[in-house]
Design a protein around this ligand. Structure first.
Ligand SMILES: Cc1ncc(COP(=O)(O)O)c(C=O)c1O
Length: 461
């Protein structure tokens, strides 16, 4: 057993860690990271790591950006808090809303702010329900999301999330949330089925679900352009076209969850643009502030805004809001972050370096442990399998994914695993040299893992 430091022991005795095996944590203790610069983080012993996951898919401009820090400090000095309740406002929220309307990939009337991706998606559900009540369609309330989709962890957004470990023993999902098929061709395509035919089948399965549930009861469909936390699942090119045709047929509101893909991750400002999706609304968070402040936002289409106006006339107020809705420090930081994206032409940079990223990533597909290497822009993943030919997964009890993660971490790279899938999502500012350094570590780590897998007989059923 590793010797735990004093801080590690204090952590174990005081902190609850999200998405952590709390029992195992008592033995392994935390990785304590107190400093960061550029794409690098440093642990409490001074060891340097490439942050291959941009924190939690969020630190787009990397660590230690003094311009953003200064924008935040200046806002704090000016007015540490004002709110947006009862018509109060400040310059920052007005300017940021204008900016988000300008860059939004969907027709947008207004912007509503929250502090997390979960809250943004929670508001999407609340507003969809509110909208249909306002329009006199109280039965149109069900939201469709997808198996392996990730939309957060509040009671409603966890219900949208299509991962069993987010539901189990939390008494979720809530009613009025139903899940449809996951567009992962490698895992769910049938023998000999082309990506095109697979996408056609996904749309047909969605339509069957809508008909089974009753089209009059289906209010909205929510999807990430590329599924992130479900394992970086890149849909077939034609998938969204086919899905949108079905949704339009039954008057279903399409919400695109841009919490990971937004602000450059897929090589355009939004994944909605990469996949040419005609949506009604998007949710944003994470890179909106490059994670220098917790902030999220969603776009409100004109139709929805008109319904909200009617409700205010009827009920006397819009009965929703968080203390920290449109926090002035968050607004100042988001404005500065977006300003840097534009000034530094970050989208062009992503387009340029993502060629190297994708080439190195896809090359991993030749490794004995890798069943599929997939990605787009500066996001990607490798799925580790026991048998490349049959795509047989490892027994999950053998914890191959978590072990691979530890190997990479020892080699100085922080990545994330979703079961046996290893995800990569570095800060957008990563350079070509840094991408090579990152994948050099991954290759070395995979070779070490292959030796370990053989030695321990982990492929045995
Ligand atoms: C696509 C997506 N939506 C929503 C969320 C939830 O955001 P938060 O963790 O800020 O609540 C996440 C978090 O990773 C996400 O990836």
């Amino acid at each position: 057993m590793t010797q735990l430091s004093n801080m590690a022991v204090r952590d174990i005795e005081t902190v609850i860690h999200p998405y952590t095996n709390l029992a195992r944590h008592r033995e392994t203790g935390p990785l304590i990271l107190n400093e960061g610069r550029g794409i690098y983080l440093y642990d409490d012993k001074g060891k340097r790591y490439i942050e291959g996951m941009a924190g939690l898919w969020c630190t787009a401009l990397g660590y230690g950006n003094q311009e953003i820090a200064e924008a935040g400090a200046e806002a704090l000095r000016k007015v540490s808090f004002t709110h947006a309740f009862s018509g109060k406002s400040h310059d920052g929220v007005i300017e940021l809303s204008e900016k988000l309307k300008e860059i939004s990939p969907v027709p947008t009337s207004k912007i509503l702010f929250g502090t997390s991706g979960s809250e943004a998606n929670d508001m999407q559900i609340k507003l969809t329900w509110y909208y249909n009540n306002a329009r006199g369609r109280p039965q149109k309330k069900k939201i469709i999301s997808r198996i392996r989709g990730y939309h957060g962890v509040t009671i409603a957004s966890a219900s949208l999330t299509g991962l069993p470990w987010v539901h189990n023993d939390f008494d979720l999902p809530i009613k009025n949330v139903v899940h449809t098929s996951c567009p992962h061709h490698y895992r769910f395509g049938t023998e000999g089925e082309s990506e095109q035919d697979f996408a056609t089948r996904m749309a047909a399965e969605l339509e069957e679900l809508i008909l089974r549930e009753g089209p009059d009861t289906i209010a909205a469909f929510i999807a990430e352009p590329v599924m992130g936390a479900g394992g970086v699942i890149v849909p077939p090119e034609i998938y969204f076209d086919k899905i949108v045709s079905v949704l339009n047929k039954y008057d279903v509101r399409l919400i695109i969850d841009e919490v990971i893909c937004g602000f450059g991750r897929t090589g355009n400002w939004f994944g909605t643009q990469t996949y040419k999706i005609k949506a009604h609304s998007i949710s944003m968070a994470k890179a909106i502030t490059s994670a220098y402040f917790p902030m999220s936002a969603l776009t409100i289409e004109e139709d929805l805004y008109q319904a909200m106006l009617d409700e205010s006339r009827k009920l006397g107020t819009f009965g929703h809001g968080y203390t920290y809705t449109a926090h002035p420090v968050g607004c100042a930081i988001a404005l500065k972050t977006i300003d840097i994206y534009e000034r530094e032409k970050i989208m062009d940079h992503v387009k340029k370096v993502s060629n190297v990223f994708q080439t190195r990533l896809k090359a991993l597909g030749n490794h004995a442990l890798v069943g599929e290497a997939r990605g787009v822009g500066l996001i990607g993943a490798i799925e580790l399998v026991a048998d490349k030919k049959t795509k047989r997964s490892f027994d999950f009890k053998k914890a191959v994914g978590p072990q691979a993660l530890n190997v990479m971490q020892d080699l100085g790279l922080i990545v994330r695993n979703v079961q046996d899938t290893i995800a990569f999502c570095p800060p957008l500012i990563i350079t070509t040299e840094e991408i090579h350094a990152m994948f050099d570590i991954v290759e070395k780590g995979l070779d070490q893992m292959e030796t370990h897998v053989r030695k321990e007989g982990l492929r045995d059923a």
